[in-house]
Design a binder for this molecule. Structure first.
Ligand SMILES: Nc1ncnc2c1ncn2[C@@H]1O[C@H](COP(=O)(O)OP(=O)(O)OP(=O)(O)O)[C@@H](O)[C@H]1O
Ligand SMILES: [Mg+2]
Length: 487
């Protein structure tokens, strides 16, 4: 690609050395640099790309983009100094990959809880309608049915652009992004031309990173401002009326707002909700009339998630009646109120609840079909937002019996985690067991017929991180092995 053209969109502070006529690659990770690469020095949390410029040159970088002058050999490489390398990267990556998001239908979903669930629903509904869809999120990058691993819920600028390119090359015209607040604050989605952006909810999480709920809410709101101001193309924000951030987010965009709610009249809202232990049914009111909805997804929050997904695809032009038909076939989402198949006389659910709000909703979800007790196991991660711990346990107290444990303790001691959790307990029926395997065994040992057991926090994850090592761990397998010996 012509180097001059690539840099034309930027106001450059200075260039030292001369730019090569053309370049073949762009990169932010010095280890991945190949001959004739433009290397961007990005300041991260743990490393500063400026420290890796020299090793990028050794691997063949011919242009270094940095925020300051670096001592480099000008015969070997051109140094381009810009004000902000992340911003420069967003521009250049788009030029380099030829604006892949521009001609695609791009959907972004943000919120504290429900992002993975809603993006999965949207992705599957599109695919069941006969179109291709790519999905990027916590579970990885799913290119129309083929799953690739990814490091974060929201990937960096280059990885994001490359995913869009892969989708374009595979003739997939829909791309769904799960958007984290970290990703928004760090500008990882700069340059993605969204068509519809959807909000689930905002409740307590990640305050170790954001400090206050105001800042956290502001971070999520960036997604709505990223719809832009270009009214030549219809775009939509899909917002949850039940959340207090509705008005603020609506005010961040000139585009039309489509609303949904579980409690109040909105463009899409639910009444007559019936929670069953293998499916959920409700009457959905929509701009295209009323529909009886049936889904295999369980739990109160999934009614809200289904409304969000249907409203989002309605915004893209799909017919509501067809979406309702396709929804029936969609299986539960892995590790999200997922019922475990067992011959034991118990109902066992695997869920990913790791915030106070999600815990409360997970327990409330099984109350309608409670016959005996509700047993609830939850842990919290070490070296992460500690302020949510007591409230997590407080919400867990809604269950008849609670096991408090760990969920990736990292470098923190079991005692330190459990002491924080214990502070929030509202009744005496609980056990504190740091080792998660032992905790799962304990809850299974005390289970009685007709009990409902929820294992929360791990969801689809199949590991436990202790210090910096990932050990294989599956709540489901441990629970089933105990169930076999007991029932
Ligand atoms: N709409 C919702 N409201 C409240 N809680 C929800 C909602 N949807 C899901 N949950 C709860 O949150 C858990 C995580 O759901 P999901 O993985 O969809 O959220 P997420 O936003 O992707 O989370 P993460 O930020 O960890 O990626 C679920 O297992 C469930 O307990
Ligand atoms: Mg997620």
């Amino acid at each position: 690609m012509n180097t001059q053209l690539l840099f034309d969109s930027l106001k450059i502070k200075s260039i030292i050395g001369s730019l090569p006529e053309s370049v073949d690659h762009i990169e932010v990770d010095s280890r991945a640099v190949q001959p004739n690469t433009v290397f961007f020095c990005i300041k991260g949390h743990t490393t500063d790309g400026h420290d890796h410029a020299q090793s990028a040159i050794e691997k063949g970088a011919t242009v270094i983009v940095a925020e300051k002058e670096l001592e480099l050999d000008a015969d070997q490489v051109a140094l381009v100094v810009v004000r902000n390398t992340s911003r420069a990267l967003a521009h250049i990556a788009n030029h380099f990959y030829q604006f892949p998001s521009k001609n695609m239908n791009v959907i972004g979903v943000t919120g504290t809880n429900g992002k993975t669930s809603v993006t999965n629903l949207i992705h599957q509904l599109i695919r069941r309608g006969g179109e291709g869809s790519a999905l990027s999120g916590t579970i990885g990058f799913d290119l129309d049915g083929t799953l690739y691993a990814s490091a974060n819920t929201t990937s960096d600028i280059i990885t994001t652009q490359r995913m869009l390119v892969k989708a374009r090359e595979a003739d997939v015209s829909n791309m769904v992004f799960e958007v984290s607040s970290h990703g928004l604050i760090e500008g990882r989605l700069w340059g993605v031309d969204f068509d519809v952006v959807t909000f689930t909810n905002l409740t307590h999480d990640h305050l170790d990173f954001h400090g206050t709920m105001e800042h956290y809410g502001y971070a999520k709101g960036l997604l709505f401002s990223q719809l832009g101001q270009d009214l030549t193309k219809p775009k939509y924000a899909v917002l949850n009326v039940d959340d207090e951030w509705f008005d603020q987010y609506a005010s961040m965009t000139p585009f039309e707002v489509i609303s949904y709610s579980m409690e109040k009249p909105a463009d899409f809202f639910a009444t007559n909700i019936v929670y069953l232990d293998d499916r959920t049914e409700f009457l959905m009111h929509s701009p295209e009339g009323e529909f009886q909805v049936e889904t295999q997804l369980l739990g109160i929050f999934n009614v809200s998630n289904v409304l969000a997904a249907i409203a989002t695809l309605y915004a893209t032009g799909e017919s509501v009646s067809s979406l309702v038909e396709r929804l029936k076939e969609i299986p539960p989402i892995s590790g999200r109120m997922e019922l475990v198949q067992t011959s034991a006389p118990l109902s066992i659910y695997i869920d990913y609840a790791h915030t106070p709000d999600a815990i409360e909703k997970a327990i409330q979800s099984v109350m309608p079909f409670k016959k005996n007790r509700i047993l609830f196991l939850v842990g919290t991660g070490g070296n992460r937002d500690k302020s949510k711990r007591p409230t997590m346990a407080e919400k867990a107290s809604l269950a008849d019996y609670v096991v408090l444990t760990t969920d990736d303790p990292r470098y923190e001691s079991y005692d330190s985690i459990l002491t924080d959790l214990e502070k929030g307990m509202k009744h005496e029926q609980y056990a504190l067991i740091g080792d998660r395997e032992e905790a799962v065994r304990h809850i299974m040992e005390i289970a009685e017929p007709d009990d409902i057991i929820i294992f929360a926090g791990k969801g689809h994850e199949d590991y436990q991180i202790i210090e910096n090592t990932k050990y294989p761990h599956s709540d489901r397998e441990i629970a089933l092995s105990v169930a076999e010996t007991r029932f």
